[in-house]
Design a protein around this ligand. Structure first.
Ligand SMILES: Cc1cc2nc3c(=O)[nH]c(=O)nc-3n(C[C@H](O)[C@H](O)[C@H](O)COP(=O)(O)OP(=O)(O)OC[C@H]3O[C@@H](n4cnc5c(N)ncnc54)[C@H](O)[C@@H]3O)c2cc1C
Ligand code: FES
Ligand code: FES
Length: 1380
């Protein structure tokens, strides 16, 4: 099929193009080159189909084009900055000379459309789909339960596909995909739902060296089957059939023509030689409009800089042979500037390339960005970004240490060679039109015969993620020529060294020349190294805006120590040396993930209780599942983006745009003044009240919506927001409330209704009197966490007749959204139809916070009478949506000297931000999980503070995760003060059933439901806890620079059931449609409901009624069809919806039973289809709606689990590695063990993110600082536990639960506290050691440990500080001046 896309993609640029063509000096260029070169159309293939684009703005990305002009929607927009992998596709290029196709994954959000001329693109829906059948990758992702919300899944599939095709196309015989490569293939892809384990298993199932028995729980085979049986059951993969071929029509075209686009239409030049480039530059320069012309290779730089500037012409330099070559000879290696980083790595690591320095550089470069950025980003682009825009590059540091050079060409065409150290300090080449042509790395060798001289090269990188996908806090690369001292001086002398450091907050990478000079010629010793380290710390000077300055300095010291110390200790060198008791580069030794799952499947309520594959999982993997942004736009659609406040409290004087000119494409700016007279300025409705949609005259927090800019495209709307100017007036406004202390002082508090007030337990004064030990007024603080759902907030509103609106909203609360829109517009609720099919993740963030987006969208659509779509970019989403509640906790605890707790008195100040949202639920949630231990007596004072900060909302386990953590923190401190094993203190204070009933009253349930002590003991055995605790002690005694900790924590989690409607309808052909109140957002709700309906209708027990599963369809929520849907939250929606539809089925079965009995009077059997036919003929109502209202005995209950983790801490960098986690969780009788397993693993890993990785901070105005994927680091495959074992306990019959099931969505998140506690325990060991180091001279440090609180999240700088920020110096000092 041929697609001709003649629409001007950026409509308003028509004018710009004409203007430039006729008036600018570029016209001279166009005349010249337009005539000289053949005028060609932009032609490429997508999934084998031909696309021709006649006109397009050169800044259009591949993603923009594919998502808005083709039916292929599997590439998702999630970050738009190259950091998440949701948008990746396969790019195939054909080389007519070699008759060879090159194929690799690239991101489509940064790749420019014009750059793919004559290429072929493959998307996940191109690999396979519902129509032509799914690809084995899709099938295996589904079967391994590796897709939850599905938003990341197509990108994951493409990453795996790319690894498979690389392995297949590899020139080396017998190269196949290894398990480790399969695992690594998704290291650049983010997933917020699954916790990665099932994804890794799906990937590894394609590896040739995997032991199939090591693969995790799946629906292909069951435990106990033979290896052969298992293999047979995997959906087969045949590389020759399952890899996509390059389209012949493109091959033919490529053979015929050079890649040159029509200059006039595309404003895109592809010079084929340096001379041509020079000529183009000279022509475009002559008019002085170079600022509008941009050299481009992979365009990945825009992921970091997010330019506002609009270029009118791009010069794609990637087709210039001289700049694309790689040459190796004795002198070294020359690499053309446009060579991609992936190809540079291949060349450096090539077996034929001599020189281990090259190999070391290659190994380090594998951690630059992620595989898809490395596949399109060039080495030259990286260097230019570093040189001209201070980008914190790894590559410049490596090249500095290797003393590389660059070749440049200036405007006059003069070529110049510069050493990299000169290049970095010369004026920015971007501003001077200079072109970087190539890079030259010299060969570093030492005569093979030399036994007394050695060459060493090592590089370092301290980053939040070991495998890359994260900029480093600091990087370093060191080269040294060393020699063996003579017989008298035994030891190693440094003959020469190059010490490079980068990414520490300086302008660019630097050489530490003073240290180099100091070391050169010196015989290495402790004192020499000690002096060098001290000298170095004066050289690494991060800029004033840099965070963690002391940490960065300590890293520099640590890396130099790590490089040289082994030489001192061993008195010899080994270029491939092992680090001596140092920190080992984790990526070199990264073990494969391993896991084990124990689940219990039951046939009793068939098919409920079975591990059915998630509804639509293959469709999600192929990218066919429709999310709000996948709904095609109508031709007259508009797009919105928000202008938000950057001030905490200020009067808004005016809202306008830079230069007082409306930016391109803007049609309207909507503010509170546009709200209809009958309406109200309401953006959300919760059970506690309402909140504003727009700030009116005064803005009351940073991130508050001030206006909605509506433009013709999302890109224009987003750009316009960047150009918006809001004038604030800070006069005559009082100081904002920016802290909880301030809020209390100024009585700025939200009221907590009495039913949400937790109850104290026992008499605290009595409890304190019983205590023989007390800790008084201990303080701790917890910060926020951001949702990071992969699909950001989005809505699409269509105006219909009679002021009626259809709004597609990615919301967890369709009914409330409907009410908010109706209230804002001043119309009746029956005029608002909110439709929600599925979410790309929610985690609570799309309950209240989705409403203002949908409401603003509806308001704009109503006002402009055109469809309006809003899809928040990641940065705006982070700023506007808020997250978890930060809080300050102060407690006093009483206990006996044998560790028994007697009383806890606690004050908690919760920062709720500006809006009430659902914050009043927090106190009860916190206390509910705090009560997991028997405190003896418990009293509290919890205040919900109203501050001028972004309002906080529910994030998976809201309050509960903090409550559980606070309890652990207290117990840790109690144990520490008693010098007792904290595990023993935990066990002593676990509830008995009696104390449980005292603390939880009726929610405690029956005695046999209290399974926590059982779980505690079971986990002890299954995780081999006691033996491992001993091994940890041994490890710590034998290691100086790495320490380990192990910890287990109990989970007690209270949930509530809610009234829920449901409807089941049987259609004429016997198929079934189901409407429920819950929204599918990855939690497997639809699957469980589908199973329940199959079970419920199956109770009719006629022929075929046991096999209804495939005939059941779940419908999206439509608020005008299914009313009273409330919200989807709190972990129990699945069971409530299941119960609602089960009741519907009971009604239907009863109606059908009479018909069946009638039929059976005359027949021996009856089939389902026959029964339905007959029921229809007799006009039986085959649709039933119920409204399930839980009895008081079923209204709420407790969930139990235990999590245990072992963590290793690297004292030099503060890096933590989760060696192993085990979790055991009581799911009652699981409705679907595969779904529940996914929830447990996903929640646990999201908890790891909160406790260990996700720093989410604000400036003094409360505005979020973190920049999307660049510095908000959710867990990735390389930061999850190396071994992760999950056991779902089948605790049998629970009469008050839905078919004996229990919730799984949120409680397991609390198990991740074990990771934090284990880290604390490892740090405690590090501190013991640190404070034990004594020296005779110069030690002026305080060497008493005053105890410590480990902040959340325990990111690397935090851990390093607690382990001793100057541990390296102190160690060296003690070695230099040892105590005799
Ligand atoms: C998500 C992400 C993560 C990253 N992580 C890392 C990391 O961990 N470590 C690291 O070192 N880097 C990292 N990078 C940077 C990455 O290496 C660069 O973005 C990439 O190398 C730039 O190459 P490009 O071809 O895409 O350049 P482009 O984006 O095409 O160009 C970048 C700039 O350089 C100019 N330019 C390009 N080539 C030349 C030339 N030959 N002569 C003159 N000017 C030129 C362009 O005009 C433009 O201004 C990351 C980038 C992204 C997007
Ligand atoms: S959307 Fe392109 S990498 Fe995230
Ligand atoms: S399944 Fe991966 S983000 Fe939801």
């Amino acid at each position: 099929m041929l697609h001709i896309v003649s629409k001007l993609l950026c409509v308003s640029h028509t004018h710009t193009i004409k203007k430039l063509f006729f008036q600018s000096p570029l016209s001279r260029f166009l005349e010249k080159f337009g005539k000289k070169m053949a005028c060609q159309d932009l032609v490429f293939a997508v999934n084998g189909e031909k696309f021709e684009v006649f006109l397009v703005h050169p800044s259009t990305t591949l993603l923009e084009f594919l998502r808005s002009n083709t039916p292929f929607k599997s590439l998702k927009l999630s970050c738009g900055e190259g950091g998440c992998g949701a948008c990746i596709v396969i790019l195939s290029k054909y080389d007519p000379v070699l008759d060879k196709v090159e194929e690799y994954s690239i991101n489509s959000c940064l790749t420019l459309l014009c750059s793919i001329n004559l290429c072929s693109i493959t998307t996940s829906d191109g690999l396979g789909n519902t129509e032509k059948g799914f690809h084995p990758i899709h099938k295996r992702f589904a079967g391994f339960h590796a897709s939850q919300c599905g938003f990341c899944t197509p990108g994951m599939c493409i990453s795996l596909y790319s690894a498979l095709s690389n392995a297949h196309n590899s020139q080396t015989p017998l190269v196949y995909l290894t398990a480790s490569a399969a695992e690594k293939s998704i290291s650049g892809n983010l997933c917020r739902c699954t916790g990665y384990r099932p994804i890794a298993d799906a990937c590894k199932s394609f590896a040739a060296d995997v032991d199939i028995e090591d693969l995790g729980f799946n629906s292909f085979w069951r435990k106990g089957e033979s290896r052969e049986e298992m293999l047979k059951k995997l959906p087969p993969y045949h590389p020759d059939k399952d890899l996509v071929a390059f389209p012949d029509f493109l091959k033919a075209k490529i053979k015929r023509q050079r890649n040159v686009l029509d200059q006039m239409r595309y404003h895109w030049s592809t010079p084929g030689s340096i001379e041509e480039l020079q000529e183009i530059l000279a022509t475009s320069n002559s008019g002085g409009d170079r600022g509008l012309v941009k050299l481009v290779v992979g365009n990945t730089g825009t992921g970091y800089y997010k330019e506002v500037k609009q270029y009118s012409r791009y010069i794609d330099i990637s087709h210039i042979p001289e700049m694309s070559m790689i040459k190796k000879d004795d002198r070294g290696i020359e690499i053309g500037a446009v060579v991609t980083i992936s190809k540079v790595i291949d060349a450096l690591m090539d077996e034929d390339t001599f020189g281990y320095v090259f190999k070391k550089i290659g190994i380090h470069m594998e951690k630059v960005a992620n595989h898809f950025i490395r596949n399109s980003g060039s080495i030259g682009g990286n260097l230019v970004m570093a040189q001209s825009k201070n980008f914190p590059s790894d590559i410049t540091t490596l090249l500095l240490a290797a003393d590389a050079s660059v070749h440049l060409m200036n405007t006059a065409g003069r070529h110049e060679k510069q050493r990299i150290c000169e290049f970095l300090v010369s004026p920015p080449i971007i501003d001077t039109n200079t072109v970087l042509l190539k890079v030259q790395i010299p060969s570093w060798t030492i005569a093979a015969s030399s036994t007394t001289t050695g060459l060493l090269f090592e590089s370092y990188r301290a980053a939040p993620r070991p495998l890359g996908s994260a900029l480093p806090y600091l990087n370093a690369a060191f080269l040294a020529v060393v020699s063996q001292g003579d017989a008298t001086s035994r030891g190693i002398t440094v003959d020469k060294c190059l010490l490079a450091f980068g990414s520490f907050g300086g302008y660019h990478s630097i050489r530490a020349r003073e240290v180099e000079d100091f070391l050169t010629g010196k015989l290495l010793s402790h004192s020499v190294l000690f002096e060098a380290v001290k000298l170095l710390k004066g050289i690494i000077v991060p800029g004033i805006d840099t965070s963690y300055t002391e940490y960065k300095k300590s890293l520099a010291a640590g890396f130099l120590f790590d490089f040289l110390y082994p030489l001192i200790e061993s008195g010899s060198w080994d270029s491939e040396r092992k680090h001596i008791d140092g920190h080992v580069d984790p990526t070199l030794s990264l073990p494969s993930l391993s896991s084990a799952q124990q689940v219990f499947e039951s046939k009793e309520f068939h098919p409920v209780g079975e591990a059915i594959i998630k509804y639509g999982a293959e469709m999600q993997a192929a990218g066919e599942a429709v999310y709000v942004d996948d709904i095609p736009s109508l031709p007259n659609s508009l797009h919105g983006a928000f202008i938000y406040s950057t001030k905490a409290l200020a009067r808004i004087k005016s809202v306008g745009f830079r230069g007082n000119v409306a930016p391109v494409g803007v049609l309207a700016v909507i503010t509170f003044k546009d709200i209809p007279q009958a309406g109200q300025n309401v953006g959300y409705i919760s059970m506690f009240g309402t909140g504003l949609l727009f700030a009116d005259e005064v803005t009351t927090c940073a991130g508050q919506i001030i206006a909605l800019v509506v433009a013709d495209t999302q890109k224009h709307a987003d750009l316009a927001v960047k150009l918006a100017v809001v004038e604030y007036d800070l006069k005559n406004v009082e100081a904002p409330v920016l802290s909880v202390e301030d809020a209390v002082n100024r009585s700025s508090l939200f009221e907590v209704p009495s039913q949400y007030q937790p109850e104290p337990v026992g008499d605290v004064s009595e409890g304190m009197a019983e205590a023989d030990r007390k800790l008084r007024s201990v303080e701790l603080r917890l910060e926020s966490q951001y949702f990071f759902y992969m699909e950001t907030q989005t809505a699409l509103a269509f105006p219909d007749e009679d002021r009626y609106l259809v709004v597609y909203s990615s919301t967890q609360a369709s009914e409330y959204t409907q009410a908010a829109i109706a209230t804002c517009l001043g119309i009746a609720e029956n005029n608002v139809r909110v439709i929600t099919r599925r979410l790309g993740g929610g985690f609570g963030g799309k309950a209240i916070k989705s409403m203002p987006i949908a409401t603003a969208c509806a308001l704009a659509a109503q006002k402009l009478q055109r469809p309006v779509r809003i899809y928040l970019n990641r940065k705006t989403d982070m700023i506007m949506v808020g997250g978890r509640h930060p809080m300050k906790i102060t407690y006093s605890v009483g206990f006996t000297s044998d560790g028994k707790l007697t009383a806890l008195e606690i004050t908690i100040l919760i920062d709720a931000g500006i809006d009430v949202d659902v914050s009043p639920i927090l106190p009860k949630n916190i206390v509910n999980s705090l009560k997991k231990y028997d405190w003896g007596a418990l009293s509290f004072d919890i205040k919900v503070c109203k501050t001028n900060r972004p309002s906080r909302t529910s994030l998976r386990a809201p309050g509960e995760v903090q409550g559980g953590y606070i309890a652990e923190s207290i117990v840790e401190n109690v144990a520490c003060s008693l010098n007792m094993d904290v595990d023993v203190v935990r066990r002593i204070n676990l509830h008995t059933y009696e104390s449980l009933s005292k603390f939880y009253t009726e929610s405690a349930g029956e005695p046999d439901e209290y399974t926590l002590p059982l779980l505690w003991d079971k986990l002890e055995i299954s995780s081999d806890f006691k033996r491992r605790a001993e091994s940890v002690k041994e490890f710590n005694a034998g290691n100086v620079w790495r320490k380990r900790g192990i910890s287990r924590v109990p989970i007690v989690y209270h949930v509530m059931n809610r009234p829920t409607p449901g409807r089941v309808s049987i259609l004429g052909d016997g198929s079934v449609v189901v409407e429920i109140a819950g929204i599918e957002m990855g939690q497997g709700l639809w699957t469980k409901v589908q199973q329940m309906v199959a079970y419920g209708l199956g109770m009719i027990k006629c022929e075929g009624s046991q096999d209804l599963l495939e005939r059941i369809r779940l419908l999206q929520i439509d608020t005008l069809s299914m009313t009273q849907t409330s919200y989807t939250a709190g972990s129990t929606t699945s069971e409530n919806c299941c119960e609602a539809v089960r009741l519907c089925c009971v009604i239907l079965v009863e109606r059908l039973r009479a018909i069946m009995d009638e039929i059976l009077e005359n027949a021996r059997s009856v089939t389902w289809d026959m029964l339905i036919q007959q029921a229809n003929a007799q006009s039986v109502d085959l649709s039933a709606r119920t409204f399930y209202k839980p009895e008081s005995s079923s209204a709420d209950y407790l969930n139990y689990g235990v999590g245990a983790s072992e963590v290793e801490v690297d004292i030099v960098t503060g890096r933590t590695e989760i060696i192993r986690s085990d979790i055991i969780y009581d799911c009652g009788r699981s409705l679907n063990p595969a779904v529940d397993l996914g929830q447990i693993e996903g929640a646990f890993v999201q908890g790891i993110g909160f406790f260990m990785n996700e720093e989410y901070t604000t400036d003094e105005n409360g505005l979020v600082i973190q920049e999307g994927t660049w510095d908000y680091k959710i867990p990735t495959i390389d930061t999850i536990p190396k071994q992760f074992n999950v056991q779902i306990l089948n605790s049998g019959h629970h009469k008050n639960r839905v078919l004996s099931s229990k919730a799984s969505g949120e409680p397991p998140l609390l198990g991740a506290t074990s990771v934090h506690c284990a880290t604390r325990s490892a740090i405690r060991e590090a501190r013991k050691q640190y404070f034990s180091w004594k020296c005779v001279n110069g030690d002026r440090r305080d060497d008493s440990d005053v105890g410590f609180e480990l902040p959340v999240p325990a990111i690397m700088p935090v851990v390093k500080h607690l382990c001793g920020i100057d541990s390296v110096e102190k160690y060296l000092e003690c070695k230099t001046y040892p105590l005799k």
